[in-house]
Design a protein around this ligand. Structure first.
Ligand code: BGC
Length: 752
């Protein structure tokens, strides 16, 4: 009897929750702040005029062939626009070309519905900023937002309405090439950055025509591809999904991201592109997402190869019914949705819901009032590559650089140096400086490291250059001897090594994440000269480079720094900018340690050097080469006087944590103070540390500042075994410091 009562109770609660949620959705309480009644009325009256085919047209997104052939669109796609069978185009840009295509939509179609133009504006449109992983190393939310703002200003001036960014996938596996497109391994930092990027792209809303729709991608858990192999299977508990992988998506939704893109991978046996739990239940229902969901490139069709759909038609049915509103390039909605509706397998109400979501955004963008709003060539000319954008790109690049090692104060280099050797296959490469997904970025516009250094050391013959070796080629050693000959004439050596730009990004997984080709041999030969050697790394992922890490006098991680990269790196090399970046991702010693991330579990047998039967390797330590949050400066910082205002706190209290940060060196510098927490006992086990806050602080030599963090019970919540998001009473360790190994700590108790 009591079991039955319990069941009735739970069912009644669920029903009330359902009623409340649908009321909230219908009444607009949960809708986006920019959702507006007049638009909804206009959407409804337009929808009433549309045929089923025209509705499906709005749910169809096709690509231009621009990337291969310049501004062209297949003739049949143009014809589709004319017939109202395609509502959005991607990879077509510039004010002139988007105007040309838009004209077809608004002058030659029955209902004159304008097109949306989308593009992968990931880290800049033409002014290219550092790759997103590099930007994340700045931990500077304002700068990151500003970089996305500038990307949107340039993209919107080039006729674009929509970017397929931010990519908010948490990635704990550096073999996965797409780690370069996100914000690294941590959900807290990743969420803050996801929100900053959405705010940057969408600006102050669409009244100003310099905002573009953001798209949080790839929903969800794409970064957990097995073995770091792109597109591979993902299998994880819903607890881990919700705790680690979903928070940045939720943050993007809360920041107002208007669109979401599904991922290529499956999650627990169901491809993300037809995953009802992910799309319908969590995104649209639980989070009340009002925008539209687009697939990734042909990811609907790929469900056949996944073994989830019998054929394309079946895939279309599964996907639309799971809540996917727009099909990117798969043409399966285009070919099959009408039949599926006629056969009663897809409801017209589902189609109407998808089309409403899409039309809403076209109205919001102001395209029905002026379809050419974003096609202003004078604005395009004025804004693209504007000088202030270059200045911001240089500043962002400097902020993203991480000083990994600096023995005997090898850096900064003196401007008085007589001769400097600049060596390495990446030292004078313009193309690689752009990194992957560089939109309309032009290698010609990039400043290489060699150019940046030459600008700092004018005068004949002061900067000597030799390539040394190729990035990949392993057979030709002749360049190494030439490099050594040049190095012998110099007072110091800067050697620039790493990956080619194309070695990270999509479909660019690597099993060996060391330096490719002969580059390590080159570095070894240069270090053997005993001269001051600075290794400058350019790469789109953490590298495992133990020899370099332990033997090179100085190491600078510069990622792919973008259009102004060479100047930015030179600013750091010569001390015009004191490096302040911190790693947003762990650097392992060996690929064999992967996945290696700071917020792992303790296990029942944590590593003990004196006990064989503990969790460790025979051949490599457990510790990383460089931990999450790590980064040096030309000055030093110390942490002291950590105080909490109370040792015990309750569910309605917040804890105030104060700590003194002192610049103990001789230069002004910026430190990122990080707050970590460990929940000692949980009803499900908790990680050994979790980031819960960070603050940047600028300090003059000898100066101290007291910084304050607040921590409440809400910050300590996690998903328990019943998937309830709760903080549990008990003891918590707290640390504050300059990286995830922070040692200064205290213990507090959360009371019932
Ligand atoms: C990528 C997406 C991208 C899309 C459109 C896909 O291959 O996975 O991130 O937005 O192409 O270019």
């Amino acid at each position: 009897m009591s079991v039955l009562r319990k069941i009735i109770h739970v069912v009644a609660l669920l029903f009330v929750a359902y009623l409340m949620n649908s009321f909230a959705l219908r009444s607009g309480i949960m809708k986006h702040p920019q959702m507006n009644k007049t638009i909804e009325q206009r959407v409804d009256s337009l929808l009433a005029l549309m045929t089923l085919e025209e509705k499906i047209g709005q749910m169809t997104l096709f690509t231009s062939d621009w990337e291969m052939t310049g501004p062209t669109l297949r003739a049949e796609y143009k014809e589709d626009i004319r017939k109202g069978r395609v509502g959005a185009i991607f990879n077509a840009h510039t004010a002139a070309y988007t105007r040309e295509l838009q004209r077809i939509a608004v002058e030659e179609t029955r209902l004159k519905i304008p097109l949306i133009f989308g593009y992968d504006v990931i880290h800049g449109y033409k002014t290219i900023f550092p790759i997103p992983l590099g930007e994340a190393a700045s931990w500077d939310l304002q700068a990151i937002e500003q970089a996305a703002r500038i990307a949107a200003v340039e993209a919107s001036a080039a006729g674009l309405h929509w970017t397929f960014a931010p990519m908010v996938d948490i990635a704990r596996d550096p073999r996965w090439g797409r780690i370069s497109e996100g914000a690294g391994e941590d959900s807290y930092l990743g969420s803050a950055i996801a929100a900053a990027r959405v705010r940057g792209f969408q600006g102050n809303g669409f009244d100003n025509a310099d905002a573009i729709l953001a798209c949080a991608k790839h929903y969800a858990a794409y970064g957990a591809a097995q073995a770091g192999r792109d597109y591979h299977t993902v299998d994880m508990s819903e607890q881990v999904l919700r705790e680690v992988y979903l928070p940045p998506f939720k943050a993007a939704r809360d920041a107002g991201a208007w669109t979401f893109m599904t991922a290529f991978n499956e999650w627990n046996g169901i491809p993300a592109t037809a995953n009802t739990r992910l799309i319908k239940d969590i995104l649209k229902w639980e989070w009340g997402f009002p925008g539209f969901v687009v697939t990734d490139y042909t990811s609907i069709n790929e469900m056949v190869l996944h073994g989830y759909a019998a054929d394309d038609k079946h895939a279309a049915e599964l996907s639309v019914n799971a809540g996917v509103d727009m099909d990117m390039q798969g043409a399966v909605y285009y070919h099959h949705l009408a039949d599926l509706v006629k056969e009663g397998k897809v409801k017209v109400s589902r189609i109407d819901d998808a089309v409403r979501r899409i039309l809403h955004l076209k109205f919001l963008l102001g395209l029905f009032d002026d379809p050419y709003r974003f096609c202003d060539e004078a604005r395009e000319k004025r804004l693209i590559m504007a000088p202030e954008h270059q200045a911001a790109a240089r500043d962002m690049a400097r902020k993203s650089i991480v000083l990994l090692r600096n023995e005997k104060q090898t850096l900064p280099l003196s401007r008085q140096i007589k001769t400097l050797a600049v060596i390495g296959p990446l030292a004078d490469s313009k193309q690689d400086m752009l990194g992957n997904w560089s939109a309309s970025g032009d290698a010609k516009d990039c400043v290489t490291l060699l150019e940046g250094v030459r600008a700092k050391l004018p005068g004949q013959g002061r900067v000597l250059y030799e390539k040394g070796c190729d990035i990949e080629n392993k057979s030709d050693r002749s360049g190494i001897a030439k490099a050594l000959a040049v190095a012998k004439k110099a007072d110091a050596i800067v050697v620039v090594v790493g990956e080619a730009g194309w070695m990270s990004g999509e479909a660019a997984s690597r099993a060996d994440i060391g330096l490719p080709g002969l580059q390590e041999e080159l570095v070894k030969a240069l270090v053997a000269t005993q001269k001051p050697v600075v290794v400058v790394l350019m790469n789109g992922r953490p590298l495992a480079i133990p020899w370099v890490a332990e033997n090179a006098p100085a190491i600078l991680e510069t990622w792919f720094a973008g259009t102004q990269g060479g100047h930015a790196i030179a600013d750091v090399l010569f001390g015009d900018y004191n490096p302040s970046g911190k790693l947003p991702v762990t650097f392992p010693r060996s690929a064999g340690q992967i996945p290696l991330f700071y917020n792992a579990k303790n296990t029942g047998r944590p590593a003990d050097p004196n006990n064989k039967y503990t969790s460790k390797y025979l051949d490599v330590p457990n510790s990383p080469q460089w931990p999450f949050g790590f980064g040096l400066s030309y000055t030093t910082f110390s942490y002291s006087d950590l105080q909490v205002d109370k040792k015990e706190f309750g569910y309605n209290d917040a804890l105030t944590i104060r700590v003194k940060v002192t610049n103990t060196g001789a230069r002004e510098g910026e430190e990122t103070a990080q707050l970590y927490v460990r929940d000692l006992v949980g009803s499900v086990t908790r990680p050994v540390r979790e980031l819960k806050g960070f603050q940047k602080v600028q300090l003059k030599p000898g100066e101290s500042k007291v910084i304050t963090f607040r921590l409440s019970a809400d910050d300590l919540r996690f998903y328990n075994a019943d998937l309830l998001f709760r903080a549990e009473p008990g003891e918590f360790d707290i640390w504050v410091g300059g990286d995830s190994n922070a040692a200064l700590g205290t213990r507090v108790t959360l009371k019932h």
